[in-house]
Design a protein around this ligand. Structure first.
Ligand code: NAP
Length: 357
């Protein structure tokens, strides 16, 4: 199956999904308008004299696949609730804990089942289990005869390629990845709208996962398996290291005598307003602070205080300042100020790689 450049643009714009395939009538373009349903037309035909009876005819909207969820941790429960609320038929749920499976089954109007029965019952099995467990579980299910053609199996890992599901593909199942780009700290979390769902899949499964991401109020995003490590590193930087930054800032608050909860109470609204600014104004407009203002003496005082009391935080401050300076320059920081700040944040003997601004 191939996809034209124009179709990619349309799809990136979130309006269409477009597939081109050869069939008995020639090159056939099929698209799905996520609001209206399926349509198709033949673009060219090897026997072009033959009229295309199908041309322009509207096909019925795609049916939603029935779903089984294996693994009822945070993501399994959050996606399960969201899919159920969005009207997807959840036919089976499976957990190593029978009590957990029963509770989820009651919640989603599904059956509590063993992994093999769950996988056999559904069109699409979501393997929401820990990354390390995926290869073993999918292989065990393959040996048990769970997988067959016409079925799909999808994991929720942001770093593993769909190829880890190869034992299912060997039996004819379509394989894919659907990664909701969010940090779910608890199974009780409600799936927020506006999430990006990174999708690795082809053919019908690709269309189904795109439709699913949209039905969950999100943005589908095609992710090449070769880019998954970078994608996941980006997620770790944006999410996990935000927590690290809050922890380090709290450590400085502790030196002023603040209790941990007092520090967090002070820092979270500050961080939230920064996020709000990013959402509203984008980058680099959301940047505020001494580097943007070219306030050399403030940065100098920061570094002196940090180097004296918490040198490892001083080192991180310098590192992050190197990443911040180009943003300040994009906002018009004059080059003499940028140069002075650059000298200040660069330790003697440290190599600075010039970055394009
Ligand atoms: N948490 C996030 O923020 C997040 C975000 C996006 C994607 N993800 C991805 O979603 C998937 C699940 O993550 P999670 O955060 O939901 O993890 P989790 O809360 O730790 O749940 C993982 C579940 O996997 C099952 N499991 C663990 N080891 C297993 C094994 N050896 N055999 C069979 N099942 C096993 C267990 O389900 P049962 O107890 O029901 O048996 C466990 O509750 C991972 O691929 C993760 O990368 C996570």
């Amino acid at each position: 199956m191939i996809e034209s450049k124009a179709a990619k643009v349309l799809r990136a714009a979130g309006l269409w999904q477009w597939f081109c395939s050869f069939d008995s009538l020639g090159l056939k373009a099929t698209w799905i308008d996520t609001r209206l349903g399926w349509s198709s037309m033949t673009l060219s035909s090897p026997s072009s004299a033959a009229p295309d009876a199908d041309q322009g005819a509207a096909l019925p909207p795609p049916t939603r696949p029935s779903i089984a969820i294996i693994g009822l941790g945070r993501v399994g429960m959050v996606l399960g609730r969201a899919l159920h609320a969005a009207g997807y038929p959840l036919v089976a749920v499976s957990s190593r804990s029978p009590a957990k499976a029963q509770a989820a089954a009651a919640l989603f109007q599904a059956e509590a089942a063993t992994p093999i029965v769950a996988a056999q019952a559904a069109d699409l099995t979501l393997l929401t289990i820990s990354d390390d467990a995926i290869p073993g579980v999918v292989a065990e299910l393959a040996v048990a005869g769970a997988w067959h053609a016409g079925q799909s199996v999808v994991h929720a890992s942001g770093v593993s390629p769909a190829a880890v599901l190869a034992p299912a593909a060997a039996y004819g199942a379509a394989i894919g990845g659907l990664h909701p780009l969010a940090a779910f700290a608890s199974p009780e979390t409600t799936l927020p709208p506006g999430l990006t769902f990174a999708i690795e899949a082809t053919g019908t499964l690709h269309a189904q996962l795109w439709a699913m991401a949209r039905a969950l109020g999100g943005y589908p995003f095609d992710l090449d398996p070769a880019d998954k490590t970078l994608y996941h590193a980006a997620a770790v930087i944006a999410s996990n290291y935000t927590v690290t930054l809050a922890a380090l800032a709290s450590e400085l608050f502790a030196r002023m005598g603040a209790a941990p909860e007092e520090a967090l109470r002070a820092l979270v609204p500050l961080m939230r307003t920064t996020l709000d600014n990013m959402e509203r104004q984008g980058l680099p407009q959301a940047l505020t602070g001494p580097l943007l203002r070219g306030d050399v003496s403030t940065v100098q005082r920061h570094l002196a205080a940090l180097d004296e009391s918490v040198p490892r935080v001083g080192a991180l401050y310098r590192c992050l300042a190197h990443g911040t300076l180009p943003l300040a320059q994009q906002r018009g920081l004059p080059s003499d100020m940028a140069g002075a700040l650059q000298d200040l944040i660069t330790l003697p003997g440290e190599m600075v790689v010039e970055r394009e601004v």
